[in-house]
Ligand binder design. Structure first.
Ligand SMILES: [Fe+2]
Length: 177
């Protein structure tokens, strides 16, 4: 049994506030994609889904005169940096293992290169999984941030991911059912 489940992170007010701001439907889809990619790339699925759920927790809404300003966002965005920090704090306060919290925070820090000067990032497998998962759910014009989902449906999908991770964990221990 994991000490920190995805459900525990999802229901936390910090997650609801900040992930809700950047799009809960997108965050859950990315967590699901991250789960699938983690199996293909042989990455710990627990770390992958947590990083997927929290990857955009650092987003800030850039507004000018009450309107979303994409140029302002592109110029000033540091959501991956802010997100890594915010997610790390949330994970540690929730009781996450410090090594796991660091791995997840780094995957969030490097899930996009949009805020970095030109150059090539050398991603490890977990960081690659989160990047691929995010790209898999992206829509033109950032529309993936505006899709909505009912809280109840979101929670059901989160609990499904928890269950799949727990089941896989039990199978690895040699338990069946
Ligand atoms: Fe994203």
């Amino acid at each position: 049994m994991r000490k920190v489940t995805l459900e525990k992170l999802f229901t936390h007010p910090i997650t609801q506030k900040y992930v809700g701001r950047s799009g809960m439907a997108h965050a859950i889809a990315v967590a699901e994609h991250a789960y699938s990619f983690s199996l293909k790339l042989n990455v710990n699925p627990d770390l992958a889904v947590k990083a997927g759920l929290l990857h955009d927790i650092g987003h800030y809404k850039w507004y000018r005169d009450g309107e979303w300003d994409y140029d302002l966002y592109k110029e000033n965005d540091i959501h991956a940096i802010k997100g890594a920090n915010r997610a790390h704090k949330l994970l540690i306060r929730s009781g996450e293992d410090p090594h796991a919290a660091k791995e997840i925070a780094l995957a969030i820090l490097l899930h996009t290169d949009s805020y970095l000067p030109d150059g090539e990032l050398r991603l490890n497998s977990l960081q690659r999984v989160v990047t691929l998962a995010d790209e898999a759910d992206e829509e033109p014009g950032g529309n993936h941030h505006y899709r909505t989902i009912e809280y109840k449906d979101a929670l059901t999908r989160i609990c499904n991911l928890d269950k799949r991770i727990e089941d896989a964990h039990l199978q690895n221990l040699g338990c069946s059912g």
